[in-house]
Design a protein around this ligand. Structure first.
Ligand code: NAD
Ligand code: ZN
Ligand code: ZN
Length: 345
């Protein structure tokens, strides 16, 4: 089968021919119908693969949708051949206290037991077939179109989880800021608009991405610079935002977030851009809560699927086939993808 694999750290991936996998005990085999490309994949190529010591070559892709075609011993009674499913990505042990509470994304045991997500250690979805380690990661998508469904597994799940954390603060008097209107940010705007009465401000460096922000419901859009801080202050009588969601995480946006968050506000740093927040008395607004959420729970994913099925999430996608997958990664790296790039093998 064909797969887009990272061969060496700090290199672009390659489209290669590799053997089709067969499911072992407990595993499920899916035929991929769509795989989403996330900016974290660029971080995988640049830093994570080397830092985390991933076994290479590794197939990229942690947003995966497919059809169940086979299952190993123990998994067979749990799945239905022919069912269309999305794959919950942050795999955990399923046994520890965190997993027991549903926070498999924060599993205590995953790292020490070598449990890694697809495309982030385990072979991922940028291929014709993929092995899923446990039946519970297969979430039914019903009639959802695979290309529309696949970004729900991360580009929607991650903002949904972050927004749930701050939802109590987002009343009709509140303002929420979305920094970075890419794959995650453009879904975050829709989730904020649907789940909260807060005013939503979107900030990006690209005019095209700000246009997308307005299309999906942002109340105000600003170019990402110091003037955006003033604009947010002007909209809030000088107080700042109840919640900032940073979907870039580079030093420039961290510095904006620090100035945009209000006293008792929430500052959610989701982007993995390598920027660092300075936290300490006087460095952040009084009682400001700083959080760095990772992905979401399986329960969150069921909720996100329901939101999409009810028509509340319109994911903007660019479609590519496997031959154009590496080129799609280049476009993502250059900030040229509008919405989410999705591979259809
Ligand atoms: P993306 O490339 O689709 O979007 C990034 C957006 O940020 C683009 O619209 C770009 O124009 C904008 N941007 C770049 N520089 C900016 C600046 N200085 N100010 C404002 N906007 C700027 O990326 P994505 O796939 O949406 O991922 C976003 C970030 O979230 C990445 O860092 C990714 O690694 C990370 N991520 C984190 C998690 C998590 O669980 N914490 C999950 C998925 C992705
Ligand atoms: Zn991701
Ligand atoms: Zn666990």
């Amino acid at each position: 089968m064909r797969a887009i694999q990272l061969i060496k750290p700090q290199q672009w991936p390659e489209l290669r021919d590799i053997p089709e996998p067969t499911p072992g005990p407990g595993q499920v085999l899916i035929k991929i119908t769509a795989a989403g490309l996330c900016h974290s994949d660029i971080a995988v190529m640049n830093t994570f693969a080397a830092q985390a010591g991933y076994k290479l070559p590794m197939t990229l892709g942690h947003e995966c949708v497919g059809t169940i075609v086979d299952a190993g011993e123990g998994a067979k009674p749990l799945v239905t051949i022919g069912e269309n499913v999305m794959i919950y990505g942050p795999w955990g042990c399923g046994r520890c206290r965190m997993c027991a509470e549903g926070y498999e994304n924060y599993c205590y045991e995953a790292a020490s037991r070598g449990i890694t997500p697809p495309g982030l250690g385990h072979d991922g979805g940028c291929a014709e077939y993929m092995l899923v380690d446990r039946a519970r990661y297969c979430i039914p998508i019903g009639d959802l179109d695979p290309v529309q469904a696949v970004p729900l597994t991360d580009a929607a799940l991650t903002p949904y989880h972050a927004i749930q954390h701050s939802r109590g603060k987002l009343t009709a008097n509140s303002l929420a800021v979305v920094l970075g209107v890419g794959g995650l940010g453009h879904v975050a705007i829709q989730i904020l608009k649907h789940l909260t009465p807060a005013t939503v401000v979107a900030v990006d460096v690209s005019a095209d991405h700000l246009k997308l922000a307005r299309t999906v419901g942002a109340d105000y859009t600003f170019v990402s610079n110091a003037d955006a801080v003033k604009a947010v202050k002007d909209l809030t009588s000088g107080r700042g935002a109840e919640a900032v969601f940073d979907f870039v995480g580079i030093q420039a946006t961290i510095d904006l977030g620090a100035q945009m968050t209000k006293v008792r506000g929430d500052w959610n740093i989701v982007g993995i851009g390598g920027g660092l927040a300075k936290v300490g008395f006087g460095a952040v607004p009084y009682e400001c809560q700083v959080s760095s959420p990772y992905w979401g729970t399986r329960g969150d994913l069921y909720d996100v699927v329901a939101l999409a099925q009810q028509g509340f999430l319109k994911i903007h996608t660019e479609r590519y086939n496997l031959d154009d997958g590496v080129e799609a990664y280049h476009r993502l790296h250059q900030g040229q993808v509008i919405g989410r790039a999705v591979l259809v093998p």
